[in-house]
Structure formats: structure tokens, C-alpha cells
Design a protein around this ligand. Sequence first.
Ligand code: PMP
Length: 444
Amino acid sequence: MSKNKDILDEEKKHVADATRVKYFDIVIDHGQGAKITDADGREYLDLLASASAINVGHSHPKVVEAITAQAKKLIQYTPAYFANTTTAELAKKLVELAPGDFDKQVVFGNSGSDANDAIIKFARAYTKRQYVVSYTGAYHGSTYGALSISGVSLNMTRHIGPLLPGIVKVPYPDRSQRLAGEDEITFSERLFKAFKLPFETYLPADEVALVIIEPIQGDGGIIKAPQHYMELVYEFTRQHGIVFAVDEVNQGLGRTGKMWSIDHFGIAPDLMSIGKSIASGLPLSAVVGRKDIMSSLSAPANVYTTAGNPVTSAAALATLDVIESEQLVVRSHRLGEVARYFFEQESQKHAFIGDVRLYGLNGGIDIVDAQGQPDDEATTKLIYRIFELGAIMISLRGNTLRFQPPLVITEEELSQAFEIMQCAFDELDNGLLKLPETDNHIGW
Ligand code: PMP
């Protein structure tokens, strides 16, 4: 008898498919640190913690304690009507932590999606312009606004249009487009031409409110924009009075070996969205940015009943404390380098390992066929075998292994993860892996 199966059979009757990006038929019962345990008592290493918003690990004692203490004190009074001590403290902390030597303010939300919606609102209200430029391959969320600026698969947008008008997509600067022998400056300039193309044809720059980018694309495949490209785009926004915003929902909070992914570039964005791991999985998001921009919207233009709820704020304060006190940003960088060594060694051994991208404990590893083309089938075989062997890892865009363990993963657990992957890689090379028998839709 499998409890997983019984619960899933029931659950599938009641929960609509629209909320799923389902992979494995398990039901999670509990988690601690880098480990989760399913309803049948089977333990897995969680290599997907960024997606599930758990940078500081599952049920971190300090976070649990903060949530419990706050819940005893005050669970909720809508922050839209009355401020509360905990959320006020968090606002101050986030303003301090965000890059930029200018006056800043913050608004809270319930999800990364609504934070990105708020960014669109702020940019439009501040500039009194309507157009928004965003990127192919981007994922900014599932509300109409955030979905409209995303560059995701048709599965997410089919039959629900029209989406928000006034959105222009430009190609994300993916390093796989770099030509042989092309240096980074030339590559960046070539990509920047593609960025400017709409502006030179149909899009007047003085009607553009916002450029929004993930400095390192998360769901798009863990792809980092080139430094010079980012500088060119940032400079372009300065010249034309366009708000420059970054989405740190996926790649922020130490994930990339820096506190914010934009810190890799030395640029202070006008606005940035934060979410996912900020409250260790409780629903909280924020937009932090330039006070003059944030004050362009008058009350109550961005109000949600539970946004900035005291319990989620207490969880966020504790999470930020753990990131600082356990030096998780440095740890992410250090263990990320260990992981880079592992994946690069493996790529020497296995022709099917293509591009390896690691920024902190945050990897995108491409799986390719003999011609170097994306091999979605082999990727699916791998993630299912890795699952059977006791680790949760998923794929991005079909053929990229997504490696994002909690930043608190121990070195021993990391070695276990490597052993599991190594075994699956060897078995794939030896033709031992089969496609799983499942009717789960895999991926986005
Ligand atoms: N932005 C990015 C970069 C994301 O990765 C995500 C979630 N995958 C979101 C926004 C949306 O966040 P949420 O699911 O909390 O709405």
C-alpha cells in the first residue's frame, strides 16, 4: 500500500491541473534542512529548493520559532489599514539591503507575480508612459501582468488572451548565441543591436516606461546576461528616462553567490522585486526601489489584504537573519564552486553534458544529443533516475538540469547528491535508463 498513491488519487480528483508543473508522484509530508520526506516515509535530497522558496532549508529552527512567536502575538491585521511592528521592521531592513545609494521605499505583496505587477504599475505611473520591454525566456509570474511580460511557453497563455497590451519582447542575451571567437564586448554589442531594433523601427523610446530583466534568468535556464550588455541596456534606460527594474524573485537572496543577482553587475536598479525564499516559503513578496518612483502611485493603488502580513514578515526577518548569521551568501559561492568542479569533471566523461552554468549553488546543466542539440528525452530519463535514487531535481526548458539545493546543504549531503547524479549519468551512458511510465506533464 502506498500512501503517496492513495493521497494523489484523491488529490487529482479535487485539484485542477492549471496549478501543476508536476513531475514525480510523491506527496511531501515533512522536511528539514536539505531533506524532504514523502508520505510513505521515503527521504529525498531537495535539489530544487529555490523553486520551492527554501533557500535557508526546510523548517529552519529560527524561522519556525519566529513564526510561532509572531502567531502567538498577532497573526494578521491588514497592513493596508494599520501598520504593525514586525512589518515596519522588515520594511526598514529591506530598504537597507537593496542596492543603491538613493532614498528607497518598499511595498509588500503575496507573490512574486503581484510584485512584478506592481513594478509595471509604478513604472507606468512614474513615467506616464505605457510601453514595457521584457525578455524572451523570462518568467515573471502568473497574474495577467506578470504573465504578459513573461516570455514563457504557449501552455501558459493559450486561450486566456488578450494579455496586457503595450509589452514588447526582446531576445534574452543567451551565451549560447555567442559565435566562435567572438569576444564578450562584440557579443554584447551584437545583442544590444537586437535590443535596440524595436526602438529603431516602431517603438519610440520616450513612450517606454520600463525595461524589466532577470540579471540571471532562473526558469529560463540559469542564464547570465553578459556584463557589457547589461551596462549598455542600463545606460540606454538612463538616456531615455526609462525605469530599469530587475526581478530577483528566483535568483535573489544569496542564491547566486551574491545577495542579489544584480550585484554581479555593479548596477543599482530603480526597482527590484523579491519573493519566493524571502519568508522561507510563506507567501510574501516585495518591491524595493527609488522613493521618487514608488511615491508616484497614490493610496490605495496597490493594496492586498494580507500583503506584508505580520507572520510572513516575522518569517522574513528570521530568514534574513539566518542568511547573515550563517553567511549563506559566501557559502553559496563556495559550495557553488565545488559543484562547478563536479559538473565540469562529469562533462569531461559524458558527451551528453553540454553547457554547464553555475552561479553560486545555482546551476543549469544542458543535456544534449550527439549533434549537440537539446535532448529532452535523455533529460527526462535522468531526472527520473535521480528521483529513484533519492534526490529531487527537475528540468528547465526541456533539456536543462536545474540544480538549486538549499544554501544550508551540508558538504556530506552535497557529496551524496553528486554520487546520485554520477550514478544516473553513468547509467545513461551505458544505455540503462528508460523513460518513466507516467502521465505527468513534465515541465513548463
Ligand atoms: N519571477 C521569477 C523570476 C520567478 O522565478 C517566479 C516564480 N518561478 C516569479 C517571478 C513568480 O513568483 P510567484 O510564483 O511567487 O508568483
